[in-house]
Design a protein around this ligand. Sequence first.
Ligand code: MG
Length: 160
Amino acid sequence: MTVWRVGIGYDIHQLVPNRKLILGGVTIPFDRGLLGHSDGDVACHAIMDALLGAAGLPDIGYYFPDQDPQYRGVRSLELLDRVNRLVRGEGWEIGNVDITLVGESPRVAPFTQQMKLFLSRTMEVAITSVGIKATTNERLDSVGRGEAICYLAVALLQRD
Ligand code: MG
C-alpha cells in the first residue's frame, strides 16, 4: 500500500546590503542580499521544512541550529542535500515540491529554470517535479516594502 504525506514550509529573510542574493542555489544580481547565518537561501529553507514536515521529522532549526558555527555561511543547497538523504533514509521518495516566492523585487523569472535544475538535482527528482512561482505582496507590509523576501513551500512524499 502506498502511503502519501504532505508537508508545508515557510521562511522569510531580511534584504540587506553587502550580501549576495541566493535563491534556490542561484546567485541573482541585485543590490542587496538575504541576511542569515547560512547563505540566506530562503527558498531552500522553506523546501527543507516542507520535506521534514512531510516526513514527520523536526524542523531545520533542530538539524542546523543558527548558533552553530559549522553552519556559518554554509550553502543551503548543501543542507537541502542532507535533508534529502535524511528523508530518503526514512524510506520516502519525493513526489513533488512546489514553492512560491513572495517579494517585490528583483524579478526572478529569468532564473527560474536554473533554480529548478539545481533544486531537482539536489533532491534527485525530475525537473518537472519542482514548481516555482512568484508573486508580490502588493506593496503591503515589510515584504511589500521590499525589506524582505519570503517563500512558501509544499512537498509530497511517497512510501510503498
Ligand atoms: Mg531561513
